[in-house]
Design a protein around this ligand. Sequence first.
Ligand code: NAD
Length: 497
Amino acid sequence: MSLKPCPILINGNWSVPETAETSPVHNPSTGEVIAEVPHCGADVVDAAVNAAADAFEGWWQTPPIGRVRVLMRYCALLEENFESLAAMIVVEHGKTITEARGDLRRGIEVAEYACGITDMLKGEVLENVARGIDCSMVRQPIGVCVGICPYNFPALVPMWMYPMAIACGNSFILKPSEKVPLTGIRLIELFEEAGLPPGVFSVVHGGKECVDALLEHPKVAAISFVGSSAVAEQIHRKGTANGKRVQAAGGAKNFVVVMPDADVGQAVEGLTDAAFGCSGQRCMAGSTAVTVGAAADTFIPAIVDSARSLPVGPTHQSTTAKLGGMTTAAQRDRVAGLIQAGVDEGCDLLVDGRGVKVEEFPNGFYLGASVLDRVQEGMRVFDEEVFGPVLNVMRMDDVETAIEMAGRVAYGNGACIYTQNGRIAREFRHRVKAGMVGVNVGVPAPLAYFPFSGWDYSFFGDLHLQGRESVMFYTRAKVFTERWFAPGEGDVWHKDD
Ligand code: NAD
């Protein structure tokens, strides 16, 4: 059966572009191809950018409260379509329905936050900077903004970007991940239905060729990127070299320290979700547990039991499965290879998720939870982002050693500690090298009103996604200096004529 390619959106019209190259989208639970994605080239990108540039001229003149009204209708439509959108995430991504609802809910919260843009856009005024002279500053939108997205959060990551960009008065071009484009398309169909004028939003698809065309287009003002660090770094370099604003969030290695005084039940519950939730395909995954001292004796057997107890199954049918298929077969195979590399380099494989079988769907991309103990710096599983349902365990003598180790890791997204000791928690929070820190929390992903503040090799740029930093990113300052003369006042030049 030939599948209809996913549509693009330009100037308010959804259409299928003529392009020879397409790539498949799978249901990870069954391995079936459910859609084909067309890969757009420079010609399609040019049409999308020109439409967005034209539409920007009208959209930024729309009073902010008018833009908010569209967003409020959009939020209502997202609620009405909440369950069908969540089901779509499950089918194209493989995560559980509970995780899919979380993906969408966190995204909707950004759209709700964007409804407060009238307050966030207010400027500053200082009267009498000199006698009779006033100075004021307003923030204006920057123009055509682009969002390039990864596959692991089909709703949330695009929504980190476009509600705020649009609320600020920009036009926007979304390039969803070519692995999970269906949710993004539906999200934007609903935005159009909410009353967005034609051209304010465009959707294009593809991989590197499409992204390069966006990075090179002279009418693109800003790029928001989320994906792996190697690509994030390239995007940042190329985008800034082309004179664009760029915020590029990358990958991660997040450590969760378990102190001897931690409540083991809470630490196991937190780590089970942090390491194995969404099959470990999260930039905030708690991918390494660092046990301090005697914590190893109680925590390790308990997390092993928990990992073994997690049912794997077809998340589009099962409500009991805690792990579905990995989103792509390639990622499943890569993670399986990294588990083997860990074994070959001397780790103890306490739980092996590689042999898992789901009889009904032998072609699904399944991988069960795995636990690798005695991981050391320098091993591949230590150095590389695994991005799968694998928990590394490292054993250390004290929290100092754990903080120092985190300081040597290139990435800087998240770090957590489980302890009952406020002084140690405070010391860890203050000194650990990571932009998002949790205390007795497994996945410290900030909500819409705070920046998603990765550091170092986890983020390239200055202003992060979410929160007020996104208002700064999607606008630029204009400063007025004004003096109004009374009749005859200050007319020195003419008096001397
Ligand atoms: P990816 O880097 O492979 O792809 C991300 C996007 O970039 C996709 O839209 C893809 O089409 C495009 N792309 C891929 N290669 C490119 C190239 N050479 N040139 C230009 N564009 C290219 O990432 P992924 O596998 O889709 O997503 C997983 C990664 O995203 C993980 O590393 C994860 O940690 C990261 N991630 C980070 C955050 C964060 O906030 N820091 C959030 C979610 C995901």
